[in-house]
Design a protein around this ligand. Sequence first.
Ligand SMILES: Nc1ncnc2c1ncn2[C@@H]1O[C@H](COP(=O)(O)OP(=O)(O)OP(=O)(O)O)[C@@H](O)[C@H]1O
Ligand SMILES: [Mg+2]
Length: 339
Amino acid sequence: MTDIVLVAGAGGVGKTTISAGIGVCAARSGKRTLVLTVDPARRLATALGLDSLDNMAHPNPELGLLWAAMLDASASWEAIAHRHAPPEVADRLVTNPFFEAVATRFPAGASYAAGEEMAEEVESGHWDMVVVDTPPSHGGIEFLNAPGQMKSFVGGRVLRILTGGRIPGRNTLFDRAAKPALRLLDTVLGGELLEDIGDFLFDLRHTYDGIARRSQSIIHHLEHASMVLVTTTDAAPLAEAAKFVDQSPGNTRTPIVTFNRSLPESWVAPRETVIDPKLAFNLKRWGAEAEYQRDIRREWRATHSGPIVNLAWRASTPNELPALESLARPVWAALEMGR
Ligand SMILES: Nc1ncnc2c1ncn2[C@@H]1O[C@H](COP(=O)(O)OP(=O)(O)OP(=O)(O)O)[C@@H](O)[C@H]1O
Ligand SMILES: [Mg+2]
């Protein structure tokens, strides 16, 4: 069976870095591991063995069991169209500008695509572990909600009303003469635009059954996934983390809350007496920041259940395999304990 680790959190907190680190730890422990990563910085991409700009899985040149692939919403949606629609419909869909917009502009579209990619890889049987770096949107909660949203969208009332109860003949689609609202839209938007939208929705209908089925399997995988929720002690990411916990569907697992870029608690009250006044002043300021961070973590612990992990603020950017591994070790230990 493939274990899934989902890494969520607000923008810029360290999701991609920590996903890579978890991947290194997993591979080092002998697991065939795939990291599905979103937009890694150049040096991190190189460390992962991702030098080309595609969404294929690539093996790591230094660590044979570690593979990585870039999540690319456009490419994933093309694959979704080809997977779930007849070939000629899929060809039409992928060149339709509305399709591109759904794929790349709607947060739920990107999240759903990442979910399909995850499900494909998990069900391929190739991996002992798949680590998913979630696309940036609402601190990752979108990723958990997207399959359900997509399922109700494709089976939903609005689309059924617009495109008919079953897959209709082309001439029954958007019966303008019969529907006053559409007649009005026609006047406002211009007939051609409406026709384009109509063609798009009609073609999209072919993917409904496949997407509805797949959404169900993504939801199932998410229920079994381990969650790593990354945050810092800053107010905005912390608020997103709290939202993630509050709004997570009840049947998902309690996340390992990971406070990244933490200052050591030993800085709160430094023991050595420093004579140099400038240095003493600086140490006091860092001490105050370390104390603030410690209090924020305590407050979190007092109001939330579940494991907490602290990751130190590294002096240099962790983007080589050894640095990634040592950064993510405590998260890996918590994941091992949770199994
Ligand atoms: N513990 C750490 N110590 C020092 N630097 C860190 C640490 N964790 C992450 N960083 C650095 O912080 C920056 C942001 O990290 P990263 O790209 O992993 O965040 P992200 O959550 O994936 O961001 P985005 O939401 O934009 O995708 C990077 O430059 C990364 O190297
Ligand atoms: Mg990232």
